[in-house]
Design a protein around this ligand. Structure first.
Ligand SMILES: *Cc1c(COP(=O)(O)O)cnc(C)c1O
Length: 422
């Protein structure tokens, strides 16, 4: 880690030259501007860039399909029948789980519903769900609809963990207070971690402990966490987690989601669930008339045979992660985000305020920058100048230097452009 930064292009170049992950930028397609220059792409929190390997991996499956037809299920270079298993080990490392605890399937919101079918089992006394007040809309809709599915009015059953007005952040003490007051009525803590809006990464271990000590099931949505921070799902002890692979995991628009079920639930056949044939015992799956016999672990929640082309893209992306090593990625993430923070502070303008926590262990690589009195014109001007970032009404720009493909010069150039527009 570099302790002191400098606000010069030379220094940014120096950081790039010393960056052990620098070569991975060449492993991605960086979108070009109309003038042929590369965009300053800071939007990996929304859609990660395409690894060059992806095309080759998908082409392999197209070729096998063309040459083998149905026999590709068993004879493809990477047979389609067990294809999801080729992802489990690498994906498990990304989220700090055991391979058996992880499966790639469906999409994020679908997985969230499937998990709540199993892990939200309200009783007359214990029927409430806690989410963050500014949870991603899809999560809020999903949770509300699950409550309604059980004939619970969300006005009564949904508890919001609200960010404080003073800093826009959610404080653990406020969650503790909620649990102190209503703990024995709460069935589920369903927390989006890292928060999509503020970039705040909560202490998952404390949240899980807090839940479990009070008899509450704990699940996380890691849409903005997977590939960004290390959630250590197994050790943290979360009951379940879900995530998508098209943000930091660079697996393409609408790509499949991930799902974690802690091993303590692996053999529990009494857990209610919605099931399909792909979750059935592999030895007897094709006997067709057997009673449902779930595969132990997360795989038992699979419904359908999965889209191989999408999984090929995930395999390609995970190969890049494996090669680079997640610890190295996280180390660069802390440094490049620290550099971005330093440069924004250097602008020294009262109108600019970083919402995201200052402490690197409470955030990933995203910084949410509030610009007082700004409107979308500022963001449009940034876009004009070749910056691809993300705008949230009324006044927040979210930027995420992704350690695998963003350079320190990207960060430097972005802040120079922002400064020129203020
Ligand atoms: C991106 C994101 C989603 C999107 O859900 P999909 O089902 O993949 O469309 C949901 N929740 C959160 C927290 C997200 O960040």
């Amino acid at each position: 880690m570099i302790a002191t930064f400098q606000n010069t292009r030379e220094f940014a170049k120096e950081l790039d030259a010393k960056d052990s992950l620098q070569k991975y930028r060449q492993a991605f397609h960086i979108p070009l501007q109309k003038n042929g220059d590369e965009h300053i792409y800071l939007c990996g929190n929304s859609l990660g860039l395409q690894p060059k390997l992806t095309q080759e991996y998908i082409q392999q499956e197209l070729t096998d399909w063309a040459n083998l037809g149905v026999e590709g299920h068993t004879d493809a270079k990477h047979p389609w029948m067990p294809y999801h298993e080729f992802l489990s080990e690498a994906m498990a490392k990304i989220v700090g789980a055991k391979p058996q605890e992880v499966v790639v399937m469906n999409t994020l919101t679908t997985n969230l519903h499937l998990m709540m079918v199993s892990f939200f089992q309200p009783t007359a006394k214990r029927y409430k769900i806690v989410i963050e007040a500014d949870a991603f809309p899809s999560d809020k809709y999903a949770v509300e609809s699950q409550l309604k599915f059980h004939n619970i009015d969300p006005k009564d059953g949904l508890i919001l963990w609200k960010p404080r007005a003073e800093d826009n952040l959610c404080h653990l003490a406020d969650l503790e207070k909620i649990i102190q007051d209503q703990g024995d009525e709460i069935a589920l803590l369903m927390i989006g971690n890292t928060n999509y809006y503020s970039g705040q990464f909560y202490d998952m271990e404390k949240i899980t402990q807090l839940g479990h000590e009070n008899g509450i099931v704990v699940g996380f949505d890691l849409a903005h966490g997977a590939g960004n921070i290390q959630p250590n799902l197994h050790d943290v002890g979360a009951d379940f987690a879900v995530w998508c692979t098209y943000k930091y995991l660079n697996s393409g628009p609408g790509s499949l989601g991930g799902c974690f079920v802690h091993e303590r639930h692996a053999h529990n056949k009494n857990l209610k669930r919605f099931v399909g044939w792909w979750g059935h015992n592999k030895d007897t799956r094709f006997n067709m008339r057997q009673e449902f016999d779930p595969i132990p672990g997360a795989e038992g929640w699979q419904l359908s045979n999965p889209p191989i082309l999408s999984m090929a893209a995930i395999r390609a992306s995970l190969a890049v992660f494996e090669d680079a090593g997640f610890e190295n990625i996280r180390a660069k993430s802390e440094q490049i985000t620290g550099y971005l923070e330093y440069l924004i502070d250097e602008i020294n303008n009262d109108k600019i305020h970083i919402i995201t926590p200052r402490n690197p262990s409470e955030r990933g690589c995203q910084l949410s920058i509030q610009v007082k009195d700004a409107d979308k014109a500022l963001f449009d001007a940034l876009t004009q100048k070749g910056v691809i970032a993300d705008w949230r009404e009324p006044d927040v720009i979210r930027v995420a230097p992704a350690p695998l493909y963003n350079s320190y010069q990207d960060v430097f150039n972005f802040v120079e452009i922002l400064k020129s527009l203020l």
